[in-house]
Design a protein around this ligand. Sequence first.
Ligand code: F6P
Length: 343
Amino acid sequence: MSKIGILTGGGDCPGLNPVIRAVVRKALLESYEVIGIKNGWKGLIESDSIPLDINAVSGILPKGGTILGTSRTNPYENEGDLLKLKENFKKIGLDALVVVGGEDTLGVAAKLIKDGLPNIVGVPKTIDNDLSATDYTFGFDTALNTAMECIDRLHTTAESHHRIIVAEVMGRHAGWIAIESGIAGGADVILIPEIPIDIDEVCTTIKKRHSRGKTFSIVVVAEGAHFKEGATVLQEQRLDSFGHVRLGGIGEALAQEIEKRTGYETRVSVLGHIQRGGSPTAFDRVLGTRLGVKAVELIKNKKFGRMVALSGIKIVDVSIEDAVKALKTVDMELYDIAKVFFG
Ligand code: F6P
């Protein structure tokens, strides 16, 4: 009997457990044995794994997060870790590995395939929805709906107090959560990393809205957005093992500028990890399930080095290497639609 490993790496997101459940259920039907690798690549470096049988995945479909745990460990940070990872792959006796991750985790998978561990298939995840090879990543829909609900809530308090409220949402390189939650939540201004913030334009838009009698406004800003004349706002300079800084704080900087320039009382609400938690929506449960089943089919057909992806309404497979080459940023046609409702 062949052994399949599965790991989840990078930031967690709703939909990971449906994928794990689907991989285990389909793999058992195909007579594979399944091993869960704990905490992303860290689990392979430390040989930390658990057998996954049908009972281990029973009841996990509606649960957020990942029963396997996750980490942002990069085995390419030092050579010793890479050697340990390769040794443990053999020691655990894996014949194939399902890697569930975003650009960083799948980027490691693409390198490992070239470095002597070819039997890998990928499953794309991220609330940021910024992987170009798939139309949607699971996790995004849940995060989007959470952000939309928060914006609805912010509306009622902003209106009662006659305030501007800036809602800072996640989105490191791409403003998908900002643009879609902003459209769905009826935001008056939406700011995304793809378009540098013109603070004069933002204030003019808000003032115009107030001049037609409105006494409150909602501004949605993605954490990765930056002023035209400034750098991205960071929470700390330290880099993680994939070279990323910790974002956060653009909402506060923006609120201060808006209040200073318009004279309207302005507050900030940073949604943060609230967006990554909670039970996956039906869309994310179904997408995760479809991707998990197809990942096992790729292994069965020995289509290694491939990543399952959503293309229109079909699940297809693409090369992992190609999938991590470019990020998917917000479509400017969608931004133009959002702009119709600014102010
Ligand atoms: O990659 C998804 C993401 O949610 C980004 O939007 C955000 O910048 C980052 O993860 C936050 O990561 P952490 O959980 O390490 O704070």
